[in-house]
Design a protein around this ligand. Structure first.
Ligand SMILES: [Zn+2]
Length: 559
C-alpha cells in the first residue's frame, strides 16, 4: 500500500516532468515541489552517480536525498548497486519512493533537454570542486570558509579555532564560478537589498554538497569595490552522540552548577549573551536538550527562531514566515502568540532584538513560563542594561520571579599540548615580554616553566591551537543584587556579585578571571585572552575591586 507521502511525490514528480502545475496548488504541495526541485539529478549523465541508460528506467537519485525507483524493483541488484554506490560516495539517501518507469525515464529526458541538471558540464565540475572545498574544511572542523576574489586570483581560507588560514588558491574566474555554483544550488536566497547586491542563502543536504557531519551552510555574499566578489560560508555541524550536555565545553564547576539550577526551573527568564561565534547556540542547544531529557519529555518545549539554528529533540519548531504585507517583527509576535495558545512549558526565542520581543519575553516569564533567549551584551550583568535599553521597566527587572539566570560567554583557543612553549623558552626567543611573564607569574603564583604560549604548530594541531574552550560568567540574580541594580548602584551590585559566599556575597567569577584561570592552568594563551577579553593591565587598573579578587580566584581554581 502506498503512503500519502508517496502519492504526493508521484504527483509532484509528474507535474515536474510535464511542466504542469499540480491540480491542488496547496502550500504543502508546492513546498514539496520545491524540495524536489532543489537538488540536481545526481544520477544524470554528468552527475556524480551517473547510471547506465538501461538503469534509467529503474532509478533516479536527486541531490535532495530522494531516490525514485521503479515499482517492484526496490530490491533488484541494479537498484541496490546504485544505492550502495550513493552510500559509498557519502551521498545520503533520505527517502525512497516508487513510481512508474515511464515517469523516471521522463525525468532523465527533461533534465537532458533543459540543462536543469545543475547546468552545463562546467558547472558540475565547479560543484564537485565546491564539494571538495567543503569536505576539506569539515575535516578540520572549520567554522567558516572565505572565498575572496581579487584582480587576477582568488584566495580560499578557512577559520579553524577562531583563526583564518589559507586553504587554497584559484584564478579569479574559477573563484567567481565557484561562488556562482554555490548560489546555483542554494535555497531561500535572495537579495537583501537590490541596490547593494548583498545576498544570503543556505546550502542544505538537498544541494548534494554537504559531508555527513555538516547539517547546513549559510552563505553570505558581499560585492566589494571593483567587482571583487566575496563569499563567507558558515558551517553548521550535526550534533554528535554524547555531545548533549554543557560539561566538557569549558565551564567551571560552579558555573555548571548555576546553569543546572537554571535548567531545573520551570518559570522565569534566562538570557545568554556573547558576540557572534561565541558558541551561544551550542550552549543553549545543550542546556535545552538536557532539560527535556531530565524531565523525561514530560514538558512541552517550543522554539521560535528564524533562521532555525537550534537542534532540540523533543521541541516544536515554530516557523516564522511573514505573510504578504507583514513585517518580520509582526510575524515573530504572531508566532509568540500562537505558541502561547499551545500550552507551552518552555519557550526558546532566537534573540531578543527589539522592544516588542523583549516585552513578549517578559510577559511570558511573568505568566509562569520558562523562557530562554539570547541578547547582545558585553557581560552577564550587562544583560540587565540591555533589557532596560529594550524598554523593560526597572520594576519588572527588580521582580525576583522574573530574571532568573544570566550567562555570558566567549570562546578562546586552547594550546596544542604537543608544541606549546613554556614562558621560559618563549622569553629566550623574545616571543613574550619580561613584564608579561612577571605579571602572569605573579597573579597565578606559577613559575615560568609551568606557564605556556602558543607554539609554532605541529602535525597534531592547527597553528599551535588544539581547539576552543568556553570562558564565561553565570549569574543567578537574587533580590539584593536586583535591588542594587534598580537603585542604580552598579558598584555595589558588582561587589556583591563578586564577594565570596562566606563573606555574604554571591561568589561570582568574571569572564576575565575564568580566562586567566585557564592561562594559569597552561590551557590557554595569554595573548589570545588579551585579544578576546581585555589587557590584563587595563583590567587591573579599570576594575580595582575585581583585580583584588583576581589573584584569589586564580589561586582558588587553578589547582
Ligand atoms: Zn601542535
Amino acid at each position: 500500500m502506498k503512503s500519502d507521502i508517496e502519492d504526493r511525490t508521484t504527483t509532484a514528480l509528474q507535474s515536474q516532468v510535464t511542466g504542469g502545475k499540480p491540480n491542488e496548488a496547496s502550500d504543502e504541495q508546492s513546498s514539496f515541489l520545491d524540495e524536489l526541485r532543489t537538488g540536481p539529478l545526481l544520477s544524470g549523465a554528468d552527475g556524480p552517480l551517473a547510471v547506465s541508460s538501461a538503469d534509467r528506467a529503474l532509478i533516479a537519485v536527486f541531490g535532495s536525498g530522494l531516490a525514485v525507483v521503479a515499482a517492484g524493483s526496490r530490491w533488484s541488484p541494479e537498484v541496490k548497486a546504485v544505492l550502495d554506490r550513493a552510500i559509498r560516495s557519502d551521498l545520503q539517501i533520505v527517502r525512497i519512493v516508487e513510481s512508474e518507469s515511464k515517469i523516471i525515464l521522463a525525468v532523465y529526458e527533461k533534465h537532458a533537454g533543459d540543462g536543469s541538471n545543475g547546468g552545463p558540464k562546467g558547472e558540475i565540475e565547479r560543484q564537485r570542486e565546491l564539494r571538495h572545498i567543503i569536505s576539506q574544511a569539515a575535516v578540520e572542523s572549520a567554522s567558516d570558509i572565505h572565498i575572496q576574489v581579487y584582480p587576477g586570483y582568488c584566495d580560499i581560507r578557512i577559520r579553524v579555532h577562531g583563526r583564518l588560514r589559507d586553504l587554497s588558491n584559484r584564478s579569479a574566474e574559477e573563484g567567481t564560478a565557484i561562488i556562482n555554483a554555490a548560489f546555483a544550488v542554494a535555497t531561500d536566497h535572495g537579495s537583501e537589498s537590490g541596490v547593494s547586491g548583498f545576498m544570503k542563502g543556505t546550502l542544505t543536504r538537498a544541494s548534494g554538497l554537504l559531508p555527513t557531519d555538516v547539517d547546513l551552510i549559510r552563505l553570505q555574499y558581499s560585492p566589494t569595490s571593483g567587482h571583487r566578489p566575496s563569499l563567507v560560508m558558515r558551517l553548521k555541524y550535526a550534533i554528535k552522540k554524547g555531545e548533549t550536555d554543557i560539561a566538557g565545553l569549558g565551564y567551571l564547576r560552579q558555573q555548571v552548577r548555576d546553569i543546572g539550577i537554571m535548567r531545573r526551573r520551570t518559570s522565569g527568564l534566562y538570557l545568554l549573551a556573547g558576540k557572534v561565534s561565541s558558541g551561544k547556540t551550542t550552549t543553549l542547544q545543550r542546556i535545552l536538550n538536557a532539560m527535556i531529557r531530565e524531565k523525561a519529555f514530560e514538558i512541552s518545549a517550543f522554539a521560535i527562531e528564524e533562521p532555525v539554528e537550534l537542534e532540540i529533540s523533543g521541541a516544536v519548531h515554530v516557523a516564522v514566515v511573514p505573510r504578504s504585507g507583514q513585517t518580520r517583527r509582526q510575524a515573530f509576535a504572531e508566532a509568540v502568540k500562537s505558541t502561547l495558545r499551545s500550552d507551552p512549558n518552555v519557550i526558546v526565542l532566537g534573540e531578543l532584538r527589539d522592544e516588542e520581543l523583549a516585552g513578549n519575553a517578559l510577559e511570558l516569564a511573568m505568566t509562569g513560563h520558562a523562557l530562554w533567549s539570547t541578547v547582545h551584551s558585553g557581560s552577564a550583568l550587562g544583560i540587565l542594561d540591555r533589557l532596560n535599553d529594550l524598554g523593560v521597566a526597572p520594576w519588572k527587572l527588580a521582580e525576583p520571579s522574573v530574571i532568573k539566570g544570566l550567562i555570558y560567554q566567549r570562546l578562546v583557543g586552547t594550546l596544542c599540548p604537543h608544541c606549546k612553549l613554556s614562558y621560559r623558552t618563549a622569553l629566550a626567543r623574545q616571543a613574550i615580554s619580561g613584564a608579561m611573564v612577571e605579571e602572569v607569574a605573579g597573579l597565578s603564583g606559577r613559575s615560568p616553566e609551568r606557564l605556556f604560549l602558543r607554539g609554532p604548530g605541529c602535525e597534531k594541531c592547527s597553528s599551535g591551537l588544539g581547539g576552543r574552550t568556553v570562558v564565561a560568567e553565570t549569574v543567578l540574580p537574587d533580590p539584593i543584587l536586583l535591588n542594587h541594580y534598580v537603585s542604580e548602584d552598579r558598584t555595589a551590585m558588582r561587589e556583591y556579585w563578586l564577594r565570596p559566599v562566606e563573606q555574604g556575597g554571591v561568589g561570582g567569577i568574571p569572564v576575565m578571571h575564568h580566562a586567566m584561570i585557564k592561562v594559569g592552568r597552561g590551557t590557554c594563551d595569554i595573548n589570545e585572552v588579551e585579544e578576546e577579553i581585555d589587557l590584563v593591565s587595563s583590567y587591573r587598573r579599570d576594575y580595582p575591586f575585581h583585580a583584588r579578587r583576581l589573584a584569589a580566584d586564580l589561586k582558588r581554581f587553578q589547582s
